[in-house]
Write a protein of this length. Structure first.
Ligand code: DHK
Length: 153
């Protein structure tokens, strides 16, 4: 058994269009790419003693299936549901059902943007929400989850 397999597992799940980071509206989302986000999460996970399972999908169904798979397997979830934050009751239901602490991350401050972005269905299932801090929000979410896992919360 490898050393990392005994570490708490945390899923970092990314929703639609986040594969376009770096190219997509850089004045809004910045110039960092999804590969940069993955590298940041891997580095942060290593520092915190977490094993990271990093994924991105453009499909709502796939995102929901991944959340379902987390049940009984993952110690925590960091999720940027992207556009599905504002539309998906089904994703909210999946997060409620999986019973794994989840932190919702948005790169941008959704409250400074269009009104339709101000509400997130997912927030109701999240232990916390981080938005507007750029990609460092992912590292902050992992840090908070590591503490919660350590505390046994
Ligand atoms: C990413 C998206 O793709 C948008 O649909 C959300 C979020 C905001 C972000 O800031 O990471 O509204």
């Amino acid at each position: 058994m490898s050393k990392s397999s005994s570490l708490p597992l945390v899923a970092v799940l990314n929703g639609p269009n986040l594969n376009m980071l770096g190219l997509r509206q850089p004045e809004v989302y910045g110039r960092m790419t999804l590969d940069d986000v993955e590298a940041l999460c891997a580095e942060t996970g290593e520092q915190l003693g977490l094993a990271i399972d990093f994924r991105q999908t453009n499909s709502e169904g796939e995102l929901i299936s991944w959340v379902q798979e987390c049940r009984g397997k993952m110690a925590g979830i960091v999720i940027n549901p992207a556009g599905y934050s504002h539309t998906s009751v089904a994703l909210l239901d999946a997060l409620m059902a999986c019973e794994v602490p989840a932190i919702e991350v948005h790169i941008t401050n959704i409250h400074r943007r269009e009104t339709f972005r101000h509400h997130s269905y997912v927030s109701r299932a999240a232990v916390g929400v981080i938005c507007g801090l750029g990609i460092r929000g992912y590292a902050l979410a992992l840090t908070a989850l590591a503490e919660m896992i350590e505390e046994g919360a």
